[in-house]
Write a protein that binds this ligand. Structure first.
Ligand SMILES: [Zn+2]
Length: 89
């Protein structure tokens, strides 16, 4: 029902309320795990599903592409954590 709207205000899984906040976006590429911290998102209060704005999705795509190509300047360390702002700065 909300599929045509870019940013729903209800979770499409459980119909829970979405609240703007920060989340951690974790991607797994082969044996490496990259966690991007402090990502702006709308988070479902019921199931925790995170929804990203097109702008954030674009940044995440960009980071993932760099990660795939190993051109990411902030190469994931042991912790595999970096901040979104750190990467795009
Ligand atoms: Zn939900």
């Amino acid at each position: 029902m909300y599929s045509d709207i870019m940013m729903p205000d209800r979770c499409s899984f459980c119909k829970g309320k979405l609240v703007k906040g920060k989340t951690e976006f974790v991607v797994r590429v082969e044996n490496e795990v990259l966690a991007i911290k402090d990502v702006d998102a709308y988070i479902c209060q019921e199931c925790g599903e995170a929804y990203y704005t097109p702008e954030i999705s674009e940044k995440i795509d960009d980071i993932m592409m760099k990660f795939h190509n190993s051109t990411l300047l902030v190469h994931p360390l042991a912790a595999g954590e970096l901040s979104l702002n750190e990467v795009i700065a």
